[in-house]
Write a protein that binds this ligand. Structure first.
Ligand code: IPM
Ligand code: MG
Length: 357
């Protein structure tokens, strides 16, 4: 029997609600499959920890996470702590410190969820956005001089390295190759940004030679937004820089009906470090503690975690259960339902238990 060591970091807002829902579902899957088990340790890092101790996680945080097989992360962000502190204090140090350079964001319209585009339903929109997750516009390079004076200057420098760009584009080609349509769109802004973005285009053309069976094309990020809206069926796998993919993945989430169900995986493809799995939605203070947070994103990212651990059958079973429950209309208010977090979780657990094959 395989044992997977999972570090749970529920953190802020609705994070604890959706992570505990996700852990229940993972337990149900382990019981159903019988071939693996989870050993979960929870860490109380986040904004409350920061308010008590002045840091989002302890200085040896990464050392403590290193022995785990995966990290299951809730959300960061608090109304009374600046966002750049929560982000740069916990999530980004884990992503960057563990070199989780591939951020993978699948988008599909789940059955039962109403999507905003006319005549675009489940099956018409099936994308995976691969976001460069270690450098680019999020490199943290830059600074401020003459702070507070009229002549203050701030720089926010994008850093693109050949190694960083090549490895994410290669990852995206491989992922595209593994999907039925074998189609990749490389997004840049190489008309206006003539250094880093032109290098992206050049590297994409070089890497493409190793994947003759993948059809690929290039898009400028502004034109990409219109293509996503007007021709969603023409897209499959998409690769873009850290910031461009951040923006495009919000649009993708909205076009699939809700950002509330969207998952994300922060992956170290070389498996030197644990990878981290989280819902995209964030801490959502307006509904924290009300018991109505949508747990679907945390289930979907749990499925990504299972795939990463090599448990493909369990991942597929989980997504089938989630789709069955959505199709039956057992959904939280953000996607038009009336169910609570617990009711959706119970329904998914029952769907997992009830399947015979
Ligand atoms: C995301 C989020 C984060 C990001 C925020 C919370 C900083 O928008 O995961 O897409 O931009 O990376
Ligand atoms: Mg975002």
């Amino acid at each position: 029997m395989n044992t997977y060591k999972i570090a749970a970091i529920p953190a802020d807002g609705i994070g604890p609600e959706v992570i505990s829902a996700g852990l229940r579902v993972l337990e149900a899957l382990a019981a159903r499959e019988g071939s693996f088990r989870f050993e979960v340790e929870s860490f109380d890092w986040g904004s409350d920890y920061y308010k008590a101790r002045g840091e989002m996680m302890p200085a040896d945080g990464l050392d403590r996470l290193q022995p785990f097989d995966a990290i299951y992360f809730g959300a960061v962000g608090a109304p009374d702590v600046p966002d750049h502190i929560t982000l740069w204090g916990l999530r980004l140090p884990i992503c960057q410190g563990f070199d989780q350079y591939a951020n993978v964001r699948p988008t599909r319209i789940l059955p039962g969820i109403k999507a905003p585009l006319a005549d675009v339903g489940p099956g018409d929109l099936d994308w995976v956005i691969v976001r460069e997750n270690s450098e680019g516009e999020y490199s943290g390079a830059g600074g401020r001089v003459h702070r507070g004076l009229p002549e203050e200057v701030a720089t926010e420098v994008s850093v693109f390295t050949r190694v960083g760009v090549e490895r994410i584009i290669r990852y995206a080609f491989k992922l595209a190759q593994s999907r039925p349509r074998r189609l990749l769109t490389v997004v840049t802004k190489s008309n206006a940004q003539r250094h880093g973005m032109v290098m992206w285009d050049e590297i994409a053309a070089e890497v493409a030679e190793d994947f003759p069976d993948v059809a690929w094309d290039k898009m400028l990020v502004d034109a990409m937004t219109t293509r996503m809206v007007l021709k969603p069926r023409s897209l499959d796998t998409i690769v873009a820089t850290n910031l461009h993919a951040d923006v495009l993945s919000d649009l993708a989430g909205a076009l699939a009906g809700s950002l509330g169900v969207a998952p994300t995986a922060n992956i170290d493809p070389e498996r030197r470090y644990p990878s981290m799995f989280e819902p995209i939605h964030g801490s959502a203070f307006d509904i924290t503690g009300k018991g109505i947070a949508n747990p679907v994103a945390s289930f979907w990212t749990a499925a990504q975690m299972l795939e990463h651990l090599g448990e493909d059958a369990a991942a597929a079973r989980l997504m089938e259960a989630v789709e069955q429950v959505c199709e039956a209309g057992v959904m939280t208010p953000d996607v038009g339902g009336t169910a609570t977090t617990d009711e959706v979780t119970d329904a998914v657990v029952n769907a997992i238990r009830g399947k015979n094959d």
